[in-house]
Ligand binder design. Structure first.
Ligand code: SF4
Length: 890
């Protein structure tokens, strides 16, 4: 569909699940705005959502099925997948095949994949990349509540008197939730905000105070709070709804006997811990927002339960303005949980280990008996491939060669697996290099179905773009393969609407109020009603009537009570030692998404953090001889990578932080997860991404350089090569090599050997040891390269303008050799406001000369922060850093 009328859909990035209105302007440009009617965002969007139109490009798309790299027809591809899976099942049994799926899939896709594997292949070997972001929450909620249901809704955040962010940099990772808190604080100045995080993140900008606790000590902090609550008898009025476990209380007392002990174990000031506990005790309306900093741990489930225990014990749950609140990472992580696309769950929130549930699903699907044994979870599935136990895998919409821990091992496992099928939107990913069969899937804007966000809100994703090439919906691809495997009737779906209704029916099938996830009220939607479905929070028992809050009348356990779970605090598995003396925390940046397959296409999003980097405390930088902006090798026992050093006070001494986004498609050797150990939480099987012991060493390159060109460069012999999109199909490369000055000219020529076939313009400065070169493509510019001993300054915007010209003049050739700097443009530093391209230096100058003393004035003067607002925390930090006496951060 392609028209001018805005189509209501949802954002494909984070678990906030913002509603969008998308249309196509007369000039063909996609227009994206926040949907003012969507309850998640009420019109707001962050910079990632605002830049979506830059990502819906045909460039790099997979448009045709391929077998062994050769284009084939859909029937041939479907035959090949079905035959290879049937062959493996016949020879080695159903557990020799696996599906590794993704929170990017729509619920309908997820449902069909899960049905095929669990109901018809006869194995539970299906797991989702959502395992990496929220499995600990699933395990924790099931233990405490008896169901995997987030108790509250976003509105509670605004109704709260105390908001706690723990293990969550929402300002960058869930920006619209953060903005809702900022707005709430403006309307209600007494709202208190606490951030608990080893790092000082952008989220701290609105905090009343920040607890920079020792990594991994969260459970002790929360056990200490439970102990405080116990000593004050907080459970009395709440005992109707909770089942106290004497062990849980005993462990809270013994692991956190006093505030002073807690402070010592968490490396915090006693007064700060006491203040945090007082705030919790003083305020009835408390919302605790938690995310990857809690979940991605070998004791993530325990940490989740330590938080839930405090809310349950004090009765701060199930009512407006209160509750523990898990912020999911992926747009449809919740949908995956609903359909059971995890190796230890059944469909519709039923349990694999429950024989009644297995019988019920078998009866509904009319399939063979379901298997009791849980399948391989994410990390273990790749181990099983390496061990030769899984012989055929189908990877859908995800990039495990970058996103799983010990990514080098994952690549080896993929190489060893005899049959690797990859369904994806893009052609080249680090994972697709190992694919035997590739299947082109529809992307955001092209596909249609439903997703569920962090507050259990089911929303429609609707298509509004033409379907490119031969790309098909994931549910269609899976159904065709299933039919070819002999399951014609069970997968004879004509559209996503039919699948959704079946999913909704199953949720209510013989439910009788036993299972919280029940959307049977949506099971009878006709096509038009499904098309027009408005966002609605499950459970939905009656058409059109959703549920804001769960557990108001009790919990879905036999006695109707939630359980206090025993939490024994555990140290992280990753421990520093003499060889690896620093602890590396990994995470996300504001303007990129996962492995950048989509967000990496946006020049606007590339401006904020254009290169892989790591944050380091000034004391550590001094100790290890690291200079700001220098290239540094980070090394763990498993692998190494090259990252640019950013020195700041945001880390605790001895700890580093690096984002996980960069893959080989963007950077030659900067995949953070190649360093991360695959240590798992024994309950949730979620990996510990946040505590990797590493060593660091500055690189001493023979040269560093910056190149601009439209194609790929030949980067085989480089120490470092990173690319970022800076214009329409134009890439900037930041490079470093070993070679000495005498060979720079030949290195320059060899880097462009695959694209340059015309004469070169060159300037070689033997005094300052600098090389500048460029070559033409017709009368226009084909590429340019600047090499020096220290990093050359090149102005991206000016260079992009030169590349856009069909013909460049002699004068402009001179500009090429000066890196686009002849117009004496101020180097703006890193871009803070990606929407309007406002750099750090411009903002600092405005602050220093008194033109802007608060965020609003920065906005009025430079426009920065006036569109999506994602950069407001950084503008606030610049104000505080550069004019502390007068700055008003918001
Ligand atoms: Fe998308 Fe940003 Fe909303 Fe997340 S907060 S759903 S990334 S617009």
């Amino acid at each position: 569909m392609c028209n001018n009328k805005p189509v209501k859909t949802t954002c494909p990035y984070c678990g906030v699940g913002c509603g969008l209105e998308c249309s196509i302007a007369k000039d063909g440009e996609v227009v994206v705005n926040g949907d003012t009617e969507h309850p998640a965002n009420i019109g707001k969007i962050c910079v990632k959502g605002a830049a979506l139109q830059e990502t819906v490009t045909i460039e790099g798309r997979l448009l045709q099925p391929t077998i062994a790299g050769k284009d084939v027809s859909w029937p041939s591809a479907i035959d090949a997948v079905a035959i290879s899976f049937l062959d493996v099942i016949k020879r080695y049994g159903p557990d020799a095949v696996g599906f590794y799926v993704s929170g990017q899939l729509l619920t309908e896709d997820y449902y069909v994949a899960n049905k095929l594997m669990k109901g018809f292949v006869g194995s539970n070997n299906i797991d989702s990349n959502s395992r990496l972001c929220m499995a600990s929450t699933v395990a924790g909620q099931k233990q405490a509540f008896g169901a995997d249901g987030v108790p509250g809704c976003y509105e509670d955040i605004e109704l709260a008197d105390l908001v706690i962010f723990t293990g969550s940099n929402a300002a960058w990772c869930h920006p619209v939730i953060y903005q809702r808190v900022v707005e709430a604080k403006k309307l209600k100045p007494n709202l208190k905000i606490v951030v608990i995080d080893p790092r000082k993140t952008a989220t701290c900008d609105i905090a009343d105070f920040h607890l920079p606790l020792k990594p991994g000590s969260d459970a002790t902090l929360w056990n200490g709070l439970l102990n405080e609550l116990r000593s004050l008898g907080y459970n009395r009025e709440n005992s109707r709804f909770i089942e106290e476990d004497a062990d849980a209380i005993e462990w809270a007392v013994s692991s956190a006997p006093s505030i002073k002990t807690v402070a010592g174990l968490c490396n915090l000031k006693t007064d700060d811990v006491a203040r945090f506990y007082e705030l919790f005790l003083e305020n009835q309306k408390v919302v605790t927002l938690f995310s990857q900093g809690i979940n991605q741990s070998t004791s993530g489930t325990g940490k989740v339960n330590a938080i839930l225990n405090c809310h349950l014990y004090s009765g701060r749950i199930g009512k407006p303005g209160m509750g523990p609140f898990s912020l999911t990472g992926q747009p449809n992580a919740m949908g995956g949980r609903e359909v059971g696309a995890l190796a230890n769950q059944l469909a519709a929130h039923m349990d694999i280990t429950n024989s009644e549930h297995r019988k019920l699903v078998k009866e509904f699907w009319r399939c063979k008996p379901l298997v009791k044994k849980p399948g391989y979870t994410a990390v273990d599935m790749f181990k099983a491939m390496a061990d030769g136990k899984i012989k055929a895998v189908w990877i859908m919409g995800t990039n495990p060669a970058v996103s799983l821990p010990d990514s080098s091992f994952v690549k080896k496992a993929l190489k060893k697996c005899p049959m690797v099928v990859v369904s994806d939107v893009v052609k080249n990913t680090d994972t697709s290099r190992y694919a035997d069969i590739m299947l082109p899937a529809l992307g955001w804007g092209e596909k249609s179905g439903t997703v569920t966000n962090s507050e259990r809100c089911i929303s429609r994703q609707r298509s509004f773009l033409e379907k490119p090439g031969q790309a098909k919906a994931d549910w269609w691809i899976i159904s065709k393969v299933a039919q070819k495997m002999g399951h014609k009737d069970a997968f004879a779906y004509k559209n996503e609407h039919e699948i959704f209704c079946e999913h909704a029916q199953l949720s209510g099938f013989k439910n009788g109020g036993q299972r919280v996830f029940d959307i049977s009220g949506l099971a009878q939607l006709n096509t038009e009603e499904y098309d027009l479905l408005k966002p609605i929070q499950w459970p939905v028992l009656t058409p059109g009537v959703g549920t804001k809050r769960l557990y108001q009348e009790g919990y879905p356990r036999k006695n109707g009570k939630a359980r206090l779970v025993t939490v024994i605090p555990q140290d992280p598995k990753g421990k520093i030692n003499r060889a690896y003396p620093l602890l590396l925390n990994s995470g996300r940046v504001r303007d990129q998404w996962h492995t950048m397959t989509r967000s990496g296409n946006s020049p606007r999003l590339g401006r904020h953090k254009p290169e892989p980097y790591f944050d380091i405390h000034p004391d550590d930088a001094k100790r290890y001889g690291i200079n700001n902006g220098e290239l540094v090798k980070l090394k763990s026992a498993l692998g190494h990578g090259v990252f640019r050093a950013v020195i700041n006070n945001n880390q605790r001494v001895g700890e580093l932080f690096a984002p996980m986004h960069w893959s080989r498609q963007f950077s030659s050797n900067s995949t953070v997860n190649s360093l991360v150990h695959p240590f798992l939480d024994h309950q949730s099987k979620q990996p510990e991404f946040k505590q990797t012991p590493v060593a660091i060493k500055a690189l001493t390159p023979g040269w560093v350089g910056v190149a601009f060109c439209r194609g790929d460069i030949a980067d085989k012999s480089l120490l470092y090569a990173n690319r970022v999109k800076v214009g329409s199909n134009l890439w900037r490369y930041d490079l470093a090599g070993k070679d000495d000055f005498s060979s720079w000219q030949s290195v320059a020529r060899s880097l462009f050997s695959n694209v340059a076939d015309s004469a070169w313009l060159e300037y070689i400065d033997t005094g300052y040891l600098a090389y500048r070169g460029g070559f033409m493509s017709g009368d226009g510019l084909g590429g340019s390269l600047f090499m020096a001993k220290s990093r050359p300054v090149c102005h991206n915007g000016e260079m992009a303008k030169l590349f856009e010209k069909a013909e460049i003049s002699n004068q402009e050739r001179g500009v090429v050799l000066s890196g686009g700097s002849s117009q004496a443009k101020m180097d703006e530093g890193k871009i803070v406001c990606a929407c309007f391209g406002v750099g750090e230096q411009k903002i600092i100058t405005a602050i220093l000369n008194g033109a802007a003393t608060n965020v609003k004035e920065v906005g009025r003067l430079l426009k920065a922060g006036t569109n999506c607002g994602s950069c407001i925390p950084e503008i606030g930090s610049l104000l505080l850093e550069n004019q502390p006496s007068q700055a008003v951060p918001a």
